[in-house]
Design a protein around this ligand. Structure first.
Ligand SMILES: [Fe+2]
Ligand SMILES: [Fe+2]
Length: 316
């Protein structure tokens, strides 16, 4: 552990514990247009491609964390991991709703990408590495493979925090013609990603994972994430006659310039930050940003009105 990480961890343990609680939000996406950022259909599709990956991906996070849970003796980390699992399960279900009530309702074909997401998360990253058969040899890799999978989640969670901070703060997404339900879904999700940004990193450290391991996985995870977003959004846009053919990179570049996506430069800088020796996700975004959004999110406020104890910021 580097000195900076050690100091950050020491400061955190002195601070009151922010308990992660699930918020049982609901979103009515039945009226949301496919081009929910009306002046930027391409950014709408690129962000929509997240719906294709997250149900499989986030349920996989939950399965991996449930496997690690018996190893965690530290009460604070255990509470964080349990809170993370509950939050990610609700994220996955919310994006499933988007698949059913929104993308499918608009006639968008999702089967190929859902199969690919299932191949990755339910097969290649399942309990036997890369879908290898279950036998005494692969079972001997159990501890190592579990740690690698937590390292993969830590790398993914770096970008979910970066994207979460961006989506909550984006001025361009405050334009009045943007679909409020879809925006609230992504902003609530983004805010919870900021809220639980430290959990995967600290869990990986707690089970013996090293910065080198996390960085090595980042070299695979970062290009794979953007490759999957490109594949998913290009497939959807190819079938939309209202969108001119173009490359994923040029589309992202344009939307990054107008602020309907994070700029390419900011994404590259975020990727590089992960390789800094004193990297810790705590410094990627402040918790207060997330809490301020929960206080004004229509879905979170409605959820709290239905069930007042959930989602409150609790010091324990
Ligand atoms: Fe999530
Ligand atoms: Fe997350």
């Amino acid at each position: 552990m580097t000195l900076a990480t050690h100091t950050s961890t020491a400061l955190k343990s002195a601070a009151p514990h922010h308990k992660l609680l699930p918020r049982r939000v609901r979103f009515d996406l039945t009226q949301s247009p496919l081009h929910w950022i009306p002046h930027d259909p391409e950014a709408s599709y690129i962000i929509n491609s997240i719906h294709l990956l997250l149900p499989a991906g986030e349920f996989w996070f939950c399965r991996v964390y449930n496997k690690v849970l018996p190893q965690i003796k530290d009460e604070r980390l255990r509470s964080d991991v349990q809170g993370f699992i509950r939050q990610e399960a609700i994220h996955a279900r919310s994006h499933e709703t988007a698949l059913e009530d929104y993308l499918s309702a608009h006639g968008v074909r999702t089967a190929e990408m859902l199969q690919l997401a299932s191949l990755i998360f339910d097969n290649l990253l399942a309990d036997r590495p890369l879908g290898m058969p279950d036998n005494f040899m692969t079972r001997r890799l159990d501890g190592w493979w579990l740690r690698q999978r937590v390292g993969i989640i830590a790398a993914i969670e770096h970008f979910t925090c970066v994207f979460g901070k961006w989506v909550v703060e984006s001025e361009a997404l405050n334009a009045p013609n943007i679909d409020p339900a879809m925006l609230d879904l992504f902003r609530w999700h983004g805010a919870e990603e900021v809220e639980h940004r430290n959990v995967a990193h600290e869990l990986h450290e707690a089970i013996g994972g090293t910065a080198r391991e996390r960085q090595a996985w980042a070299l695979v995870v970062f290009p794979a994430l953007f490759g999957l977003l490109a594949l998913g959004s290009n497939q959807m846009m190819r079938r939309d006659p209202g969108v001119a053919p173009d490359s994923f990179f040029r589309r992202w570049w344009r939307s990054g310039k107008t602020g309907t996506l994070p700029s390419i430069e900011s994404v590259l800088a975020a990727g590089l930050r992960y390789f800094e020796p004193d990297y810790h996700p705590d410094s990627e975004a402040p918790l207060e940003l997330a809490l301020a959004y929960f206080a004004k999110s229509p879905a979170v406020q409605a959820a709290m009105a239905r069930e007042p104890v959930q989602g409150k910021s609790v010091a324990a």
